[in-house]
Design a protein around this ligand. Structure first.
Ligand code: C2O
Length: 548
């Protein structure tokens, strides 16, 4: 038997050991953030569209190591006010045009020149850098880095423009397509305005002012009458900022830490990054050009001046979301400590932290308040009992195409699992065999077998739009499983006790656009996993579980 003295010693030892282990563990955890990109690792972009010749978009090198720049409250003494672009007057438009003229006139190797500013996006988004101390590339999309990276990007961009103008109060405009008055290309950026420098030839000409932007745009959903489109826009905004963005993880996107491989496109993003961010990029870009450039591709997007107004809007949506009750930023230290490099208005290379982007007022700017009518676009319930498949409903059968018409399927689930393990969420899995050259959007409804292409999305039964594209294999043919967290939908629709739910798939390619190829439904199933759990769309997709 150990003496009490020995026991004390043992306890002390155990205590020391556990503290050491804890420190070690904490140390490891706190050093797991994405370090700044390694500029000396800069290489040609890795993920250019195959038809485009990759070009060098590395930032000019700096003769000294970057110092850490942290905002402090003194920088917020006089606030810049970002205004909605549609309401800009001629004087502001002329000033913005002059700022871009001056930026274009800088020598191309000046990091503040327009081409270098545009290259920043290519560099961080087409993976030209490796993460510091890692062979893994640095990517700011499809993860929680999306909001802070673009906030810092615009912060320096705006200050460079202000410096060139010699006007400290200069602020970027924001394109608030979430407001009915802002729902077209803002006049000063349109091809018909007097400011050619703010316009861009590489856009979809059918989307020029005054066409109504389609926030839920995927392949070609913008054939709706403008008033219908505006309603769908409000629905999409409500989903992205309110209904589907109840947690920081759902709003910001997946975690991304040191040494992590970037998530593939269409993956890991938060609600807003998907819509309106990605969708508006594609809506503006020219679909007949390689990669829907300029706005439709990472490497080219920032060559269009409207990019910065689009991103000011995305940045504003971050502020709007955070102002809603119960919303807060990601608090994980690996998020807060992630670093980016930018050249500031002096042409000096600085290091900034994601966590320091949290407060826009600290960064010296605010957004002019404009109404947000979509906050009232509360989805209504269209079904009042658990649906059953009737004789009039089109059933989706295993092995049949889903790209032509809407169809419904009964999917089994186990209400006992979610009762016994409430931390697990019901995920609806859809495995398809994809054989086509274009992407296709399929809308998913729950408990509404009558849903079809004319059903609007402002209802509780609407789950989301799924974008099927070439994914798991390179040759346009492949399997893919998508998993949608439907826990909240089941609660909303009083379906938590049901052991069978009706899922309706609505293909969204309008008849005017011929879709050549096929998408075959292989299986629809419910599985129980943690929310925001990473998964692989390709693994397991080849051995789908049978349709229930
Ligand atoms: Cu870095 Cu709008 O994307």
């Amino acid at each position: 038997m150990p003496s009490s003295q020995e026991k004390k010693l043992l306890l002390l030892l155990l205590c020391c050991l556990s503290t050491m282990l804890l420190n070690l563990f904490m140390g490891a955890a706190s050093s797991n953030h994405v370090l700044a990109p390694n500029m000396s690792s800069c290489h040609l972009p890795l993920d250019f569209p195959s038809a485009e010749t990759p070009y060098d978009c590395c930032a000019p090198s700096s003769p000294y190591p970057p110092r850490l720049f942290r905002p402090n409250s003194s920088s917020s003494s006089s606030l810049r006010i970002r205004h909605p672009a549609y309401a800009a007057d001629a004087a502001y438009a002329a000033k913005l045009a002059r700022a871009y003229m001056l930026m274009q006139a800088l020598p191309p190797d000046d990091p503040r020149s327009f081409v270098q500013q545009a290259n920043i996006h290519c560099a961080y988004c087409n993976t030209v850098y490796n993460q510091m101390f890692s062979s893994q590339v640095f990517q700011v999309h499809n993860s929680w880095l999306f909001f802070p990276f673009h906030r810092w990007y615009l912060y320096f961009h705006e200050r460079i423009l202000a410096r060139l103008l010699g006007d400290d109060s200069f602020a970027l405009p924001f394109w608030n397509y979430d407001h009915p008055d802002g729902a077209s290309i803002p006049w000063l950026f349109s091809g018909t305005s007097a400011y050619a420098i703010l316009s861009n030839a590489l856009r979809d000409s059918s989307h020029e002012f005054p066409a109504t932007v389609a926030i839920d745009f995927n392949v070609d959903t913008n054939l709706r009458p403008p008033e219908d489109q505006r309603r769908e826009n409000a629905n999409a905004m409500y989903r992205a900022l309110i209904r589907d963005a109840t947690t920081p993880e759902s709003f910001f996107g997946w975690d991304y830490r040191h040494g992590d491989a970037p998530m593939p496109q269409g993956y890991g993003f938060g609600t807003v990054e998907s819509q309106p961010h990605n969708s508006v990029h594609r809506w503006v870009g020219n679909r007949s050009a390689i990669g829907w450039k300029d706005m439709g591709s990472f490497y080219s997007a920032a060559h269009d001046p409207i990019f910065y107004a689009h991103h000011a809007q995305i940045d504003r949506l971050w502020d709007l979301w955070k102002a809603m009750p119960g919303h807060k930023d990601i608090e994980d230290e690996d998020y807060r400590n992630a670093e980016f490099l930018f050249y500031n208005e002096e042409g000096e290379l600085v290091r900034v932290k994601a966590g320091d982007a949290s407060n826009s007022t600290m960064l010296g700017y605010v957004y002019k308040e404009v109404e947000t009518p979509w906050m009232n676009a509360i989805p209504e319930k269209r079904s009042f009992a658990p649906a059953k498949l009737g004789k009039d409903d089109t059933v989706c059968n295993e092995g049949e195409a889903i790209e032509k018409a809407s169809c419904s399927i009964a999917v089994g689930r186990d209400p006992e699992v979610s009762k016994a393990s409430p931390w697990l969420h019901d995920h609806l899995g859809l495995t398809v065999y994809y054989n086509a050259t274009q992407a296709m959007n399929v809308d998913v409804y729950l408990n509404l077998p009558a849903a079809n292409a004319t059903t609007d999305t402002g209802c509780k039964e609407y789950v989301t739009g799924v974008r099927f594209n070439k994914f798991c294999v390179e040759d346009q043919v492949g399997y893919r499983t998508v998993r949608l967290d439907i826990k909240e939908r089941l609660v909303d629709l009083n379906l938590t006790e049901e052991s069978s739910i009706i899922v309706t798939l609505v293909p969204r390619t309008p008849p005017s656009l011929s879709f050549s190829g096929s998408i075959t439904l292989l299986s629809a199933f419910v599985e129980y996993t943690l929310p925001h759990q990473r998964w692989d769309d390709c693994v397991g997709a080849r051995s789908p579980t049978p349709i229930l």
